[in-house]
Design a protein around this ligand. Structure first.
Ligand code: PBG
Length: 325
């Protein structure tokens, strides 16, 4: 078909036509809202580089959960700021650690909320790396057992799903085996299969106080220049038993989301990370862009690229707009 027989504008004439042929839709069900939990009582601290996002004490979680559920956001992912850190991240699997306490509180006060936990050591190590160190390098195999212990402690506290974000090789099978040996066969693993060594994590590292104290994460997170390697990483995690694959960050890596969508049939999640959120907020505060419209267009682009699930700090803001339509 060519012009003048074919006129694409015919189907753009009014909003009913546009809605009729719309290919991609955002739904709050498929958003995952990240929560930062800190020690203390009765406090909410706004994160300076992430306006509208707060660190919460455990007693604030019931209210937060209620707000999410009312907006149709049924899933959260938890990040913890422990009381103290050490060389091997013991706080990550402490029985009454910050995350374990938060999971119990949420499951107690809002049992229908899906509680996902980030499994990583960087928030719990004094050196800020995602694993334990041997001779000043992050030791892959020594870290696996600690990660599996952490995932198990989350499952025992009542988490619905665990999400390892450390990028150690072999951690999905180690976590799967440990969960299964302890009767947690039904807890799925949402693996950060493709996670890049990205500068877009800057605000998160302020929020969770987890910047590496020396060096960087390039020896375990992926090189932003690589896409074939993403397929190898994803294949490994699928073979090790991952249930959902995450690509992170999202917008700068939409090609990777689209490639994974084509190559794999597991559900795919994209993490719209802190820096991606912060840029939109900052430009919007300056009046340079329409923040709400850019938010929606951005989230749509992630969906259109092929993500089923979007992990985003915009979850509540976008859900509010969807609810009021
Ligand atoms: C690691 C982790 C990070 C993020 C999620 N999990 C930080 C990192 O790898 O340095 C970043 C999320 C974001 O930027 O929003 N536990």
């Amino acid at each position: 078909m060519v012009f003048p027989e074919y006129r694409p504008r015919r189907l753009r004439r009014n909003s009913a036509f546009r809605a009729l042929i719309r290919e991609t839709h955002l739904t709050a069900d498929q958003f995952v809202y990240p929560l930062f939990i800190m020690p203390g009582k009765n406090r909410r601290e706004e994160i300076p580089s992430m306006p509208g996002v707060f660190r919460l004490t455990v007693d604030q979680l019931a209210g937060e959960a209620r707000e999410c559920l009312q907006l149709g956001v049924h899933s959260v992912i938890l990040f913890g700021l422990p009381e103290k850190k050490d060389g091997v991240g013991s706080g990550a699997h402490a029985k009454n650690g910050i995350i374990q306490t938060a999971i119990k509180e949420l499951k107690n006060k809002a049992p229908e909320l899906l509680v996902i936990t980030d499994v990583c050591l960087c928030e719990y190590t004094d050196h800020g790396h995602c694993g334990c160190l041997i001779n000043n390098t992050v030791d892959n195999d020594a870290t696996l057992e600690i990660l599996a212990k952490t995932a198990l402690s989350h499952a025992e506290a009542g988490a619905d799903m665990v999400a390892p974000s450390d990028m150690m090789d072999g951690r999905v099978s180690e976590i799967r085996a440990t969960l299964d040996e302890n009767s947690h066969q039904s807890i799925p693993i949402m693996s950060y299969a493709v996670k890049y060594a990205s500068a877009f994590y800057g605000p998160f590292r302020d929020a969770a106080n987890c910047s590496p104290q020396f060096g960087d994460r390039k020896s375990y997170q992926m090189d932003p220049a690589n896409s074939r390697e993403a397929l190898r990483e994803a294949t490994l995690d699928v073979d090790e038993g991952a249930d959902i694959l995450i690509v992170k960050p999202a917008v700068a890596y939409l090609d990777i989301v689209a490639r994974l969508r084509e190559e794999f049939d597991l559900p795919i999640a994209a993490y719209h990370v802190s820096g991606e959120y912060a840029m939109i907020k900052a430009a919007s505060e300056k009046g340079w862009i329409d923040g709400d419209r850019v938010m929606e267009e951005t989230l749509l682009s992630i969906k259109r690229a092929g993500a089923d699930i979007i992990i985003t700090y915009f979850a509540k803001d976008m859900a509010k707009i969807l609810q009021n339509r």
